[in-house]
Design a protein around this ligand. Structure first.
Ligand code: MTE
Length: 322
């Protein structure tokens, strides 16, 4: 049975580290100049391309202009998006980017099983070579009430569904993150139900907005952001956007996700963004824009209501908005 322990997300939003304290840009620039940060992580200064990523030659790719930052929003600075992360496999703080460099991203295989015509395992680079890559600017709204606007590169989830060829019985797709406690120290904490699992309905996975991400800011996805393959479902709280995926299982039953198993009173299956439904311990009415620190009103479905509201018409599930 999972033991309840305090964790980052249980902090009230007001306790989230102020940006000025978390990351002082001048210090970072000075650190880079002095070589201290570069020495700690050779070749991984922000803005640098991950030189060991064999997919680097695929980037950048053309941006699909259908997807925009949103009124009054600007792209978040790259150093914020890549230095302020949630990746519990590497620890519960926001500063896991260095620890995450331990992640071995090749060889990386993706298993496709469950309700599919032919279960298969495919190497990530083979998958990448078969998917139509595009760049999309999406808003990302964490359940902790911070948000960012970033250019993801990847491919539409529905292209992947076509590739996976599920049977007519498939109603959900479950996704799983790698399990490697040797590399990812957070996975040695056995009160968490590792590996991280998330799920979507087939309607959600086939929705135009559902996106499988392989790159960020015109480069391969950094490890701390979920390399080499993660999800982006921008109308849902960020915890749905599972990182470093190794398995897709098409199912008839609704999967139980990592956070739902930890604490189903606070985190549910649907997790659609809704400013009118508070988290049990804090308001979801506003969010803090990462980098500028500006507090802005949160929008229903994170501003993607016109795209996705129809998916939930008549759905009265109690976890629709948590
Ligand atoms: N995926 C895994 N495997 N482990 C995690 O801890 N955190 C989630 C999500 N995906 C998480 C994860 C949460 S809470 C958020 S807000 C986003 O990843 C953060 O993504 P980012 O670090 O790229 O901003």
């Amino acid at each position: 049975m999972a033991i309840r322990i305090p964790r980052g997300w249980e902090l009230p939003e007001s306790a989230v580290t102020p940006e000025s304290v978390f990351l002082n840009r001048r210090q970072i620039i000075q650190g880079l100049a002095a070589g201290s940060i570069a020495a700690a992580a050779p070749g991984l200064a922000w803005g640098a391309t991950d030189s060991d990523d064999p997919s680097a030659g695929l980037y950048p790719v053309a941006r699909n202009e259908r997807f925009e930052p949103g009124e009054g929003r600007k792209l978040t600075d790259e150093e914020w998006a890549t230095r302020y992360n949630n990746f519990y496999e590497f620890g519960t703080s926001k500063k896991i980017w260095k620890a995450a460099q331990a992640l071995k991203i090749r060889p990386w295989e993706v298993r496709i099983d469950g309700e599919v015509e032919s279960p298969r395992t495919i190497a990530i680079d083979d998958l990448l070579s078969q998917m139509p890559l595009e760049e999309r600017v999406y808003r990302h709204r964490c359940v902790e009430a911070w948000s960012m606007v970033v250019p993801w590169t990847g491919f539409a989830f529905r292209e992947f569904v076509r590739f996976a060829n599920p049977t007519a019985n498939a109603r959900y797709v479950a996704m799983e993150t790698f399990l490697d406690p040797e590399t990812a120290k957070g996975q040695r904490q056995d009160w968490y139900p590792w590996p991280y699992v998330e799920g979507l309905t087939m309607e959600e996975a086939n929705h135009e907005l559902a996106f499988l991400v392989t790159g960020l800011y015109g480069k391969p996805l950094p490890r701390q952001n979920g390399s080499p393959l993660r999800l982006a479902v921008p109308w849902k709280y960020g915890f749905k956007s599972i990182k470093s995926i190794v398995r897709f299982t098409f199912t008839t039953e609704r999967p139980v996700s990592f956070w739902e198993e930890m604490n189903s009173r606070e985190y549910g299956f649907w997790a659609n963004v809704n400013p009118a439904v508070p988290h049990p311990r804090w308001s979801q009415a506003t969010e803090k824009d990462l980098g500028t620190g500006k507090r802005i009103p949160t929008k229903i479905f994170n501003g993607y209501g016109e795209w996705v509201a129809a998916l939930y018409e008549g759905n009265t599930d109690a976890t629709l908005y948590r």
